[in-house]
Design a protein around this ligand. Structure first.
Ligand code: APR
Length: 187
């Protein structure tokens, strides 16, 4: 499954590069310093230019599980929402809740800034070593619940860098959809 409609909102999965997305905001997989890094972080700062870092330097960092917004600089997207996912240890040190919080807070920041479309990379599944299947389940379930609760967001796009990541998110989205249907039946 590569697309799920929830009310008037939609979740979609694509394979591609987060820096090329034309949504109102793209989400950065940042670290707590907000001063740049590799992976998604490096790609966004390279593509968006120095204006993004200049704003990040004024933000005083970002706690794990939180999210902060800056300009998108030279990116197509007008804004970058920087969020910090957890470093995965063993899944028993609050990592799942912190990962869910990173997605939830990113959506809250988008809504607070009047944005309606947002693109996420797969937070924490690179340098932070969160297992992709578990991370994909948390990501899709957290976003689906936030959209069902009503958030003003009309499109959430997950942008996966590899075919294996995309396959993991397809499975997770199908499981999330099945879970929502079960909950609907119980209501
Ligand atoms: N577009 C989309 N996805 C990408 C891109 C890209 N241009 N580049 C990498 N990815 C994918 C990776 O394959 C991985 O699945 O994004 C996922 C997250 O990987 P990381 O960027 O390593 O992010 P994360 O695991 O959250 O680690 C964050 O890495 O870059 C540093 O400063 C960053 O310290 C922070 C840490």
């Amino acid at each position: 499954m590569r697309e799920l409609s929830i009310g008037s909102s939609r979740i979609e999965l694509v394979r591609g590069d987060i820096t090329a997305q034309d949504t109102d905001a793209i989400v950065n997989a940042a670290n707590t310093s907000l001063l740049g890094g590799g992976g998604v972080d490096g790609a966004i700062h390279r593509a968006g230019g120095p204006a993004i870092l200049a704003e990040c330097e004024q933000l005083g960092g970002c706690a794990t599980g939180d999210a902060k917004i800056t300009t998108g600089g030279r990116l197509t997207a007008k804004h970058v929402i920087h969020t910090v996912g957890p470093v995965y240890r063993d899944g028993r040190h609050g990592e799942p809740d912190l990962l869910a919080s990173a997605y939830r807070r990113s959506l809250e920041v988008a809504t607070a800034n009047g944005l309606t479309t947002i693109a996420f990379p797969s937070i924490s599944t690179g340098a932070y070593r969160f297992p992709i299947a578990a991370a994909a389940r948390i990501a899709t379930a957290t976003v689906a619940r936030a959209l069902r609760a009503g958030s003003g967001i009309t499109l959430v796009r997950f942008v996966l860098f590899s075919a294996t990541d995309l396959a993991a998110y397809e499975q997770a989205l199908a499981d999330t959809a099945a879970g929502l249907q079960k909950e609907e039946k119980k209501r």
